[in-house]
Write a protein that binds this ligand. Structure first.
Ligand SMILES: Cc1ncc(COP(=O)(O)O)c(C=O)c1O
Length: 361
């Protein structure tokens, strides 16, 4: 079909972790535990759910295109101006708008190989040249990424912490890297797992930097439990935000999403519980992995990536877990053939996963 550009023809579609629905098609009667998409296992923020209910009677109306109330609330919380806040349908929605807003013909992109697959799809879909820089010891190789910067570089994407590695770039490494980045290059700092990593004293919370060429992206999908609603936000220089707002689909995010976001930001009980249960879950799983002699990458997120002998072993373990009703994410589509990522579940789910894993072993 000549209508489709060749880079779109070649594009590999985003494949999310297996859903319970998909697993049930294969085995209808089984009960499944889904630990494949780094969702919040404790449900959604109850205050957000209440706020969504209040929008039922207004669903015939378009949402506020300027997102005034939610942007204002985020601005107050983070002590910046509303003009520095952008919102969208998930942080991926904003990422997509960024690509459409800033990339020109010969512009190039630099990012890490094997990092967040959502960005990989957007970068490939842009049709621009992308430098995929291999990671080093499961971390972004910032030194090499800095060396790849040329006159053509326009966007550098960094997930901090990274998905699927779970590792983060510390302050001094980021500072060192930043000193090599010209002002005309835009850095997308994707902090989807910020709420889980922010307690590390050397974590570079990009809100403290406020560089003109850095755009911070965060999400309500993880710690706030609103993945199904599609709501993300970002912070950037007001001129960047102004232009992003011209390009983004005008009524994004939806009306329920905007209301839910405002309420979720007040739900500190839910957020605290999520963070606490996540940290208990990480400790439990890592202790069990240690006892079982399973290799894993220490994580600062709501998932842990385990490393297996080879692709065959990783495939065997993930298939075997699925037969036992546990859905995990094999990372072959990310390019990590011998790795399996497991999201932190509820206490019961984590226990169920470990019992199933022991049975597989
Ligand atoms: C690093 C990273 N960025 C962004 C996202 C997507 O976030 P959202 O649901 O806000 O689009 C994810 C989801 O897994 C992620 O891991």
């Amino acid at each position: 079909m000549p209508l489709v550009p060749s880079y779109i023809k070649k594009l590999e579609q985003y494949k999310p972790g297996k859903s319970i629905h998909e697993a049930k098609i294969e085995n209808e009667n089984k009960k499944y535990i889904k630990l494949s998409s780094n969702e919040n296992p404790h449900g959604a923020s109850p205050l957000a759910i209440e706020a969504i209910k209040k929008t039922y009677s207004s669903l015939n109306r378009y949402p506020d295109a300027s997102g005034y109330n939610l942007r204002n609330k985020l601005a107050k919380i983070f002590n910046i101006k509303k003009e520095n806040v952008v919102i969208g349908s998930g942080s991926e929605g904003i990422m997509s708008t960024i690509m459409r807003t800033f990339l020109l013909n010969d512009d190039e992109i630099i990012t890490a190989e094997g990092s967040f697959i959502g960005f990989r799809v957007l970068a490939n879909a842009s049709g621009r040249k992308v430098h995929w820089v291999p990671m080093k010891d499961y971390h972004y190789n910032l030194e090499l990424m800095a060396k790849k910067i040329t006159d053509y570089t326009k966007i550098i994407y960094i997930a901090n912490p990274d998905n699927p590695m779970g590792t983060y770039i510390n302050k001094s490494d980021f500072d060192q890297f930043y000193s090599h980045v010209p002002e005309r290059v835009l850095i997308i700092l994707d902090e989807a797992y910020y709420e889980f990593a922010k307690f590390q004293p050397d974590y570079p919370d990009s809100m403290h930097y406020r560089y003109d060429n850095v755009i911070t992206l965060r999400t309500f999908s993880k710690a706030y439990g609103l993945g199904g609603l599609r709501l993300g936000y970002g912070f950037a220089h007001e001129e960047l935000v102004e232009n992003l707002n011209k390009v983004k689909p005008p009524f994004e995010p939806s009306l329920p999403a905007q209301y839910a976001g405002i309420a979720a930001l007040d739900d500190s009980n839910f957020l605290d519980k999520t963070i606490k249960m996540n940290s208990i879950g990480i400790n439990y799983l890592t202790n069990e992995f240690n006892a079982l002699g399973i290799n894993y990458i220490p994580s600062y997120t709501n998932f842990i990536t385990t490393i297996w002998k080879d692709s065959e072993e990783a495939k065997f373990i993930s298939n075997n877990l699925l037969e036992r009703g546990i859905i995990v994410r094999r990372l072959s589509s990310f390019g990590w053939e011998n790795s399996i990522r497991v999201s932190i579940g509820t206490e019961k789910e984590n226990y169920g996963f470990i019992e199933a894993l022991k049975a597989c072993l």
